[in-house]
Design a protein around this ligand. Structure first.
Ligand code: PEP
Ligand code: MN
Length: 351
């Protein structure tokens, strides 16, 4: 159960709500924005739910009391029935427009990122991706340019006029990454790095949380709940594939059924990453179209000006031309679901 207080609720009114809950032997979790979650860690006995809700609803200063049947609360649609729209620098996720985030796996140099940014922006992408801190399976693989990479990202983002996203891997780096990019990315391997989630939850920056390779939907949404419960309401969920059945054929298994499931159970915008989801550039277009058809709010696609020489994830990177072709192809799928595609107006103007 979640109790939302009216904006001007007084300390005494909040105290009375807490007291009423505690009198029933239940614990209260106070969250930012004068929201209280009840029944943590144990469930509220079923016969107490309706009477308690009625009691709380009539207390002074209470705006809304919602019963939430899931273990995640703030991430649930029961708590927040309408879609959440996360807007960053004029780019809205979760609204009508399907946004496209694109760029290289890793930031390798100013020239590489500038070429990628120029190409993806002119094809319609609204956010530039690029990793500066790379979570690599092998310690011998390219680890990223770290802060130097972030500086390149900031400069290129400003020069090209495109929003930016980059991964943060540790709680201590949240502030530094946030100084350089518009959206923080929490990678699949970090989905349950709880100190990182807590720190990113305290940030004002939007956070795109990627689903862990073996995470269930509950685990994924509970990780999002960490961000929300620490005060950050600007959360994007990203499906990027789960451990594959057939590693020789695809890097991961892109779980597209997660898209309607997440949209049903949560109000948060859903992004699909078909690049890490398949691991091969040739499969990215089909899965991008399928993701749009499935109801994704955004796509994240790896694009490199020269994939053969990419320092990471070369096999899954689209060329700049391949990305422009895909954006053309996606128009029809976006139109079929009645949504405009990222950068459509700019794209139309360029043709
Ligand atoms: C990435 O998007 O840069 C990345 C490393 O992906 P994931 O965390 O999904 O493996
Ligand atoms: Mn990558």
């Amino acid at each position: 159960m979640v109790v939302v207080m009216q904006p001007g609720a007084t300390g005494a009114e909040i105290e009375l709500v807490c007291q009423t809950i505690e009198e029933h032997g239940l614990e209260v979790l106070r969250m930012p924005g004068n929201v209280m979650a009840i029944g943590i860690p144990s469930a509220i006995p079923p016969d107490l739910r309706d009477p308690l809700q009625q009691k709380l609803e009539i207390l002074p200063g209470v705006s809304k009391v919602t019963q939430v049947s899931r273990s995640y609360k703030l991430a649930s649609r029961e708590f927040h029935p309408s879609d959440t729209v996360v807007t960053v620098g004029g780019v809205s996720f979760g609204g009508p427009t399907i946004q496209v985030i694109a760029g290289p796996c890793s930031i390798e140099s100013y020239e590489q990122l500038k070429a990628a940014a120029t190409a993806v922006r002119s094809a319609g992408a609204t956010v530039l991706r690029g990793g500066a801190f790379k979570p690599r399976t092998s310690p011998y693989a390219f680890q990223g340019l770290a802060v130097e990479g972030l500086q390149i990202m900031k400069q290129v983002g400003e020069e090209v006029g495109i929003r930016t996203i980059s991964e943060v891997m540790s709680p201590e780096m949240v502030g530094v990454v946030a100084e350089h990019v518009d959206i923080l990315q929490i990678g699949a391997r970090s989905m349950q790095n709880f100190p990182l989630l807590i720190e990113a939850g305290k940030s004002d920056h939007p956070v795109m949380l990627k689903r862990g390779p073996s995470a269930t939907i509950d685990e994924f949404l509970l990780a999002a709940e960490y961000l929300l419960s620490h005060g950050n309401s600007k959360v994007l969920l990203c499906e990027r594939g789960v451990h594959p059945l057939d590693r020789g054929y695809t890097r991961n298994t892109l779980d597209l059924s997660a898209v309607p499931v997440l949209k049903h159970h949560s109000h948060l915008p859903v992004v699909v990453d078909p690049s890490h989801g398949t691991g091969f550039a040739r499969y990215v277009p089909a899965m991008s179209c399928a993701a749009v058809a499935a109801g994704a709010d955004a796509l994240m696609i790896e694009v490199h000006p020269d994939p053969r020489h990419a320092l990471s994830d070369a096999a899954q990177a689209l060329t700049s031309e391949g990305f422009a072709d895909l954006m053309k192809r996606l128009q029809a799928f976006a139109a079929a679901v009645g949504r405009p595609l990222s950068g459509t107006e700019r794209y139309a103007a360029a043709n």
